[in-house]
Design a protein around this ligand. Structure first.
Ligand code: NI
Length: 174
């Protein structure tokens, strides 16, 4: 069973802390597997296209991302590392942990994501566009960085589209 957990919101301190790496042993534990199930459920229910463990109050390096349909996620990445950054795109972003606020955030157009999946197998994905943006947003969460730390033109969201599209002009709530 997966359960919807409470999404913590700014200024809860855990959102501003660097999350800890997950060990191989820890990843196998039922508690961690339950956390992953619950994070996917919580992301879908929000609805959002990504969630990081600190957003449900757990300071561990675990993220879930589901931008596309059934064929494109949900991705679960433990101890993710981003690399191979290419290009720059500015787009309006929101965050589930900062309700009602959006800002314009510059992100790499493309990046690679390396880590392990929930079974401890090596995970590697080349991403671009909205998927790349979402991974960058979630890894920022693991480093205690929120959009309010890096966005410009921070403002009240008049209407945030929960259904994100690949259109970089659209506001995405991550
Ligand atoms: Ni967020």
């Amino acid at each position: 069973m997966a359960y919807v957990r409470r999404i913590v919101s700014d200024p809860e301190p855990i959102l501003h802390k660097v999350a800890k790496k997950v060990s191989d042993l820890e990843l196998k534990m039922p508690l961690t597997q339950q956390l992953i199930d619950d994070m996917i459920e919580t992301m879908h229910e929000a609805p959002g296209i990504g969630l990081a463990a600190p957003q449900v109050g757990i300071g561990k390096r675990v993220i879930v991302v589901h931008v596309g349909g059934e064929d494109d996620g949900p991705y679960v990445v433990v101890n993710p590392v981003l690399d191979d950054f290419e290009g720059e795109v500015v787009a309006t972003e929101g965050c589930l942990s900062i309700p009602g606020i959006v800002g314009d955030v510059t992100r790499a157009e493309k990046c690679s994501v390396t880590g392990v999946d929930r079974a401890g197998r090596k995970f590697h994905l080349e991403t671009e566009g909205l998927l790349a943006r979402c991974f960058q947003h979630e890894v920022d969460h693991l480093d205690g960085v929120l959009i309010t730390d890096k966005a410009v033109n921070i403002r009240e969201a008049i209407h945030v589209e929960a259904e994100a599209t690949a259109d970089d002009e659209a506001t995405v709530e991550i």
